[in-house]
Design a protein around this ligand. Structure first.
Ligand SMILES: Cc1ncc(COP(=O)(O)O)c(C=O)c1O
Length: 408
């Protein structure tokens, strides 16, 4: 039988929900369950020193790092030795990009997509400019919000070094056909760098099935602390040579991790993956098995709630939802006739509903929609802790929105 999500039980795991707000701001950063906060607090209270010493407090740091690596590896179907940890997805992508780009030569090409968060665009574009590499753009179909896979037939060729794309847009929800696009990229010998930051809390991820050479993640999007990660094959990482200090280990993945690490936050990363794995209530099997069951239950639960929300908003004459992707996470962006997105967000806030407004860091996408100068859009997304009652409140609040005169 398919596992189901018991949302009442799940909500009990989140002390932050006691603030009484309707949190549909998850795509910008999810709430943290008690277990994650407790794990971080516990690590802060223990003697934890730097790694590499002969004493217990140093060994404890080592344990926290290897625990976080194993957890992240389980989350995406990688191996612990291929998990690079860092301050944020943006930070790890910047440094990984610098290491990858060392092999680029003038005349090479890369492909980025206009669907992506800027963290999976700008590092590549900036390095391409530095190294005389051409940037080719995968475009979004503005009607549907899709990133058509067929365009990659023309975008990639023997000069392509890298294809960077998202597994799911945190702005409008679209899930591109990553395996198909990876297949095209690999056929010409290009590497594939997939941003799974937003996909991770909504679906079961499998790095091999995605065809991703690199999977980038942001733990704060999946109920973890502010930590970023990139997962790759350790053998691939061994071919990359980031800038590093002399005393830093040369082994993989440590060679990518400059400076002292936030060990206490790494305790929270492990706890966050355990939280996701425990969502279905299943207690047997490996953590990866439990993740499969839990993420299936999450996807079914969120999918049902989201289609209600999505259909209700689309039926409102004063609301314009951006795109209409077929495969999507429970995330959408919308505009309200006669109101700036900031006004809408402020009005919803008055009703106790938290949403983001602006460009969701997807500046290329919002430029393509032609709405950046106009305040972007309101972005809302469901998480496994949202309820039908909350979705009803959101629908009623958006339905009641009426333009107000903008104060001068
Ligand atoms: C899809 C996506 N990618 C990347 C990022 C950047 O993550 P971080 O804040 O860890 O750098 C975000 C953050 O909102 C995101 O939504």
């Amino acid at each position: 039988m398919e596992a189901r999500l018991d949302v009442a039980r799940v909500r009990g795991l989140f002390p932050a929900l006691a603030d009484g707000y309707v949190h549909v701001d998850g795509p910008g950063g999810a709430l943290l369950p008690e277990d994650v906060a407790r794990a971080v607090g516990h690590a802060l209270r223990m003697p934890v020193a730097e790694r590499g010493g002969v004493f217990a407090a140093s060994a404890r740091a080592e344990g926290l790092v290897s625990g976080a690596r194993s957890a992240v590896a389980d989350l995406v179907g990688g191996v612990a030795g291929g998990v690079v940890l860092g301050a944020s997805m943006t930070a790890v992508t910047y440094s990984m990009a610098r290491a990858i780009a060392k092999a680029w030569r003038p005349g090479d090409e890369i492909v980025v997509s206009r669907l992506d968060h800027d963290a999976n665009i700008r590092p590549w574009v900036q390095l391409a400019e530095e190294r005389g590499v051409a940037v080719r753009w995968a475009e979004v179909d503005i009607e549907t919000g899709e990133l058509p896979a067929w365009q990659y037939d023309d975008l990639v060729n023997r000069r392509t070094r890298l294809v960077a794309l998202t597994a799911a847009s945190s702005a409008i929800g679209t899930c591109p056909e990553v395996p198909e696009i990876s297949h095209r990229a690999h056929a010409v010998g290009a590497m594939v760098y997939v941003d799974a930051s937003h996909a991770a809390p909504h679906m079961y991820l499998d790095r091999t099935a995605l065809g991703a050479d690199f999977v980038a993640l942001s733990a704060s999007k999946w109920c973890g602390p502010h930590v970023g990660a990139v997962v790759a094959d350790p053998q691939l990482l061994a071919h990359l040579h980031p800038d590093k200090l002399r005393s830093m280990p040369d082994k993989v993945p440590e060679r990518f991790e400059a400076g002292a690490a936030p060990y206490e936050l790494y305790a929270g990363v492990s706890a966050a993956v355990d939280h996701l794995a425990g969502l279905s209530g299943e207690t047997t099997g490996s953590r990866r098995d439990r993740l499969r069951a839990s993420m299936g239950a999450v996807a079914r639960y969120e999918g049902e709630l989201f289609s209600w929300l999505d259909q209700a908003l689309r039926a409102m004459r004063h609301v314009q939802v951006l795109g209409r992707p077929e495969r999507t996470t429970p995330t959408l962006a919308f505009r309200v006739e006669g109101m700036r997105p900031r006004q809408v967000a402020a009005e919803l806030n008055r009703q106790g509903i938290c949403v983001w407004d602006g460009d969701a860091y997807a500046r290329e996408l919002f430029d393509a929609f032609g709405i950046t100068e106009d305040g972007g859009a309101v972005r809302l997304g469901l998480m496994h802790y949202n309820t039908p009652d909350e979705v009803g409140q959101v629908i009623d609040a958006v339905a009641a929105l009426r333009p107000r005169p903008v104060p001068r």
